[in-house]
Write a protein that binds this ligand. Structure first.
Ligand SMILES: [Zn+2]
Length: 185
């Protein structure tokens, strides 16, 4: 279990927040897949692969208890990886324009994700704080951003960076802090 603080820029005055400290963050933007790059989830193909895995471990995929398993796993994967085919930025377009000079803190946004190293689920909570620069976003939109990012093959660290980058870019936030607490099953 780890928690990670995103570097915050909210102690920096003026207009140049995006250039130096955050330069390395900007370079990681390429890690965010675009909608166009990804093909839709092919459930029939997943089901065939699951059947193959069952055979490979020495099971009989035709025995009664496993009959529905490939299709069931395929539907589950389609949902757990649906974030590959969604752009989280769409949820950050309907912000309130408001001058607000304090940190907005949203705690305990729960998520389910899939570890990309073992294809095992991990779950937890995201805590997001940001210093707005005239743009404030609703709680439900933040939760949707976390959900879209979580529903991809993930590692906790990239999830944290991706969410922070999205808020910096789409809300033009003066500073962002994202902490993710997660446990892997
Ligand atoms: Zn893992």
């Amino acid at each position: 279990m780890t928690a990670r603080n995103h570097p915050s820029a909210d102690d920096r005055a003026g207009t140049d927040v995006g250039s130096s400290d955050l330069g390395s963050i900007a370079a990681e933007q390429d890690a965010i897949p675009s909608r166009a790059a990804a093909a839709p989830v092919d459930e029939a193909r997943i089901a065939r692969a699951v059947r193959e895995i069952l055979s490979a471990v020495g099971e009989d995929p035709d025995r009664e208890g496993l009959h529905e398993t490939p299709a069931r796993v395929a539907r589950m994967y389609a949902e757990m990886f649906s974030g590959l085919h969604e752009d989280p930025r769409v949820h950050l377009q309907k912000f309130f324009t408001e001058q607000y000079d304090e940190v907005v803190l949203v705690r305990d946004i729960s998520f389910n994700s899939m570890c990309e190293h073992h294809m095992l689920p991990f779950m937890g909570h995201a805590h997001i704080g940001y210093m707005p620069n005239g743009r404030v976003i609703g709680l439900s939109k933040l939760a949707r951003v976390v959900e879209v990012v979580a529903r991809r093959p993930q590692v906790q660290e990239r999830m944290t960076e991706t969410i922070a980058n999205l808020l910096l870019e789409e809300l033009d936030a003066k500073g962002v802090s994202v902490v993710i607490e997660a446990t892997q099953k």
